[in-house]
Design a protein around this ligand. Structure first.
Ligand code: HSC
Length: 718
């Protein structure tokens, strides 16, 4: 709702009240309309200030209302009512003015912002465009190029930048509401003719066509199949080419198109999913709201390879004191240099002070004796990690949290090396660790609730989105990757090429196809794991070459590794590169010949494989594993899996995540297609629909937020 009060006798104050961000719900819109009428009708009131409760102006339209039937006064007439007012209306912007909140501010005649406020049009990230006049007013106010930048990227600007761009009239370090009241008094009685943005002509730069062409190219490059950014460009184009009223009609048309799209639904689901994962729960009943994190001031990182360096940077940038340990002298001095470089670049980019003095380097594990938390990031080898955990358990002060950055090894086995297994938890960072936003927090059966809470909070402090997951081989992300990769290998055996598979996945929206990713991360990584699992067999002919444990196995990745083809680092992998370390993947005729030979050797006849089969086999196998993970209680809900896939594995955000996508396709259809492929390839693993997927499909494809009701919780172990 909105509150009305009278300040200093002549200023009518409208205060938006809708925690947590004063979103423009039906009640708030109704309140604004009613209070505006009141302020305009009271003769003593000479000017109006609009502000938000609790230091937040407004976070935009209330996204929680998007799925429901629209009630209350619409936003567009509301902003027109404000702009047309005969008394000056001043927006007092504290905290945030985002989306519809900024549109509300742009309909006011003046805008006063606090210096710490941020402003922006983030609608594009929700699959929308600013639909209450934002696409028509902003270019009129700040010009086409700047408006295109803000609207198509959704980036937030500081109050200082907003002032520079001309979005706000004044910035204050003092109380913005008081400043707005004073300002409102100072403009009482002044003509408002020049203050109504909708009446401004839209500036037409001479190179207008080139500007729009460049904007379209830019969004096509960065959007990868998302429709909202290009539609935003079209809406701004309407501001330049049409009179205001017609431009508003066009904005409305384009907004409706986006609003009813599957992409908007997916992005809005994802918005809430990313927030829902912070309300974590574990299979044995620990929860976010009943578990208190421990204080951590000083942390240690053991092992300064690529991951350890990134983790050190993340910790230092988040303000933790860090002890960075690397026992090999040469590696330690290289790490120091690399970490310094990353910190300097980070400080420059983010405009924050350097965090060098936060880090103490050492080549002795003894240096961690007084820290509160240790993150082990040594080579991915169980024997080595066990030794490190034994050492840490002996050296660290009592009560220290021992975390491992393993990407899939058994947390419980590591915990059993220590005197306090309840203090052990996984913190699985993604490379590059100082850039990637995702953190899988892996709890073992003995991890204590407060240890999980501490790791989750540490992730948040480092600017990561932390997702709590259970302990199993590969956890959530890498466990689901396995069937996805396997299907891609089988498709090559059956007649596809890496470029064909990658093209299908990239058209779906992945930044990179599965084979390009494999070349980037190094084929040797998976090879080492398969070797230690006893899967890599010297026999390259005969039926046993393609069977492991009674199921189909593709040795293609192993065969490439045996030939020294590790991907980008060796200049050859599934593709060829112009040199070792090269980045541009080119189809490799050698690989095509190798695949032909391989098929001939194993009596396989290449067949035509279409787009649909590539997509369904790769994605549905991955999705099926996701359902198995839910069934096993490794992830608490589909949101956890979706956030992991979007933030850690390049799943296109506008498709919501694999579990949301499955729901959009229809769970019955996913079951049917998996069964279809399973009939054709009965020995291929990963194609048998798991029982939870079947159960949900049979119960009529319920909405994703209802899945938890069907998922049977594993028995509490507490
Ligand atoms: C016919 C045409 C009609 C057209 C009308 C179109 C109008 C318009 O153009 C469309 C829009 O405005 S689209 C909207 C454009 N606006 C946006 O896209 C803004 C999106 N919001 C954000 O970017 C961030 O939330 C903030 C920066 C606001 C705060 O960040 P922070 O401090 O890190 O906090 P946090 O953890 O992120 O959020 C805290 C809590 O607030 C909740 N919540 C937040 N915004 C909400 C909203 N608008 N609504 C409801 N709820 C919203 C959030 O879910 C969470 O709830 P929980 O229950 O505690 O989990």
């Amino acid at each position: 709702m909105a509150l009305y009060s009278r300040v200093s006798g002549s200023v009518g104050m409208i205060t938006l009240q809708n925690p947590p961000v004063n979103a423009l719900s039906a009640a708030v819109r109704q309140g604004i309309v009613d209070m505006m009428h009141r302020a305009l009708s009271e003769p003593e009131v000479k000017s109006v200030v609009i502000c938000g409760q609790n230091g937040k102006f407004c976070g935009g339209a209330d996204i929680r209302e998007f799925g429901a039937k629209m009630t209350g006064p619409p936003l567009v007439p509301m902003v027109h009512l404000i702009e047309a007012a005969s008394k000056p209306v001043v927006a007092a912007i504290e905290g945030i003015a985002l989306g519809g909140g900024l549109e509300l501010a742009l309909s006011c005649h003046y805008r006063i912002a606090h210096s710490k406020a941020t402003l922006g049009f983030p609608e594009v990230a929700l699959g929308l465009l600013p639909g209450a006049g934002g696409t028509q007013r902003l270019p009129r106010l700040i010009g086409v190029p700047a408006a295109l930048d803000l609207i198509t990227t959704g980036r937030h600007v500081t109050a200082a930048e907003a002032r520079q761009l001309g979005i706000v009239d004044e910035v204050t370090d003092l109380n913005a509401v008081d400043a707005a009241v004073k300002f409102a008094q100072s403009v009482t009685g002044k003509s408002l003719d020049a203050r109504r943005i909708s009446t401004y002509p839209c500036p037409r730069p001479p190179d207008l066509d080139a500007i729009f062409e460049r904007a379209m190219q830019q969004v096509r490059r960065s959007a990868r199949g998302a429709i909202a950014p290009g539609t935003c460009v079209q809406a701004v184009h309407a501001a330049v080419t049409l009179p205001y009223a017609k431009g508003m009609e066009r904005e409305r048309e384009l907004f409706s198109l986006l609003f009813t799209s599957g992409q908007a639904r997916a992005l809005q689901y994802y918005f809430f999913a990313q927030r829902a994962v912070s309300r974590w729960s574990t299979a044995n009943g620990a929860r976010w709201d009943t578990s208190k994190p421990r204080p951590v001031r000083k942390a240690a990182v053991i092992g300064l390879g690529t991951m350890g360096r990134g983790i050190t940077v993340s910790l230092a940038q988040a303000g933790f004191s860090v002890v960075a340990v690397e026992t090999q002298e040469q590696q330690l001095s290289e790490a120091k240099q690399a970490v310094s470089g990353m910190l300097e670049r980070g400080a420059k980019r983010r405009g924050v002070p350097l965090a060098h003095d936060k880090i103490k380097y050492s080549c002795s594990v003894q240096a961690v004796a007084d820290v509160d938390l240790v993150i082990e990031a040594v080579f991915e080898d169980m024997a080595l990690k066990k030794t490190v955990f034994q050492q840490l358990s002996a050296i660290c002060k009592p009560g220290v949290l021992l975390c491992t950055n393993t990407s899939g090894l058994d947390i419980d086995e590591l915990a059993s090396q220590t005197q306090s297994p309840e203090l052990v938890v996984g913190m699985h960072f993604f490379a590059p660790a100082h850039v990637m936003q995702l953190l899988e927090v892996v709890y073992g059966p003995r991890s204590s609730p407060e240890v999980v809470a501490t790791a989750m909070q540490m992730g948040k402090k480092m600017g990561k989105v932390s997702v709590a997951v259970g302990n199993c081989r590969g956890f959530v992300g890498n466990r689901m990757l396995k069937p996805y990769l396997e299907q891609a290998f089988f498709l090559l055996e059956e007649g596809a090429t890496p470029e064909q598979v990658d093209q299908v996945l990239e058209e779906f929206g992945f930044a990179m196809g599965v084979f390009k990713v494999s070349d980037l991360s190094g084929l040797d990584v998976g090879w080492k794991v398969r070797k230690s699992d006893g899967l890599v067999s010297p026999a390259s002919t005969g039926t046993s070459a393609r069977i492991r444990g009674g199921s189909r196995y593709s040795p293609l990745g192993d065969l490439l590794c045996e030939r020294g083809r590790f991907g980008q680092k060796t200049g050859r992998g599934w593709y060829q590169y112009d040199k070792p370390g090269g980045r541009v993947a080119k189809p490799d005729p050698w690989l095509h010949g190798f695949l032909e030979e391989y098929r001939a050797q194993h009596g396989l006849v290449a067949r035509h494989i279409d787009h649909q089969e590539v997509l369904e086999r790769c994605l549905y196998a991955l999705i099926n594993e996701g359902f198995q993970i839910l069934q096993d209680g490794i992830a608490a809900g589909p949101e956890d899996i979706d956030v992991i896939y979007v933030l850690g594995y390049g799943w296109p955000r506008h498709r919501g995540g694999p579990m949301f996508y499955a729901g959009q396709v229809g769970l019955d259809k996913v079951v049917e297609r998996l069964e279809h492929y399973q009939q054709i390839h009965p020995d291929v693993p990963g194609l048998q629909p798991c029982s939870l997927l079947r159960k949900l499909a049979a119960s009529g494809n319920p909405a994703i937020h209802k899945w938890r009701e069907v998922i049977q919780k594993p028995r509490s172990q507490l």
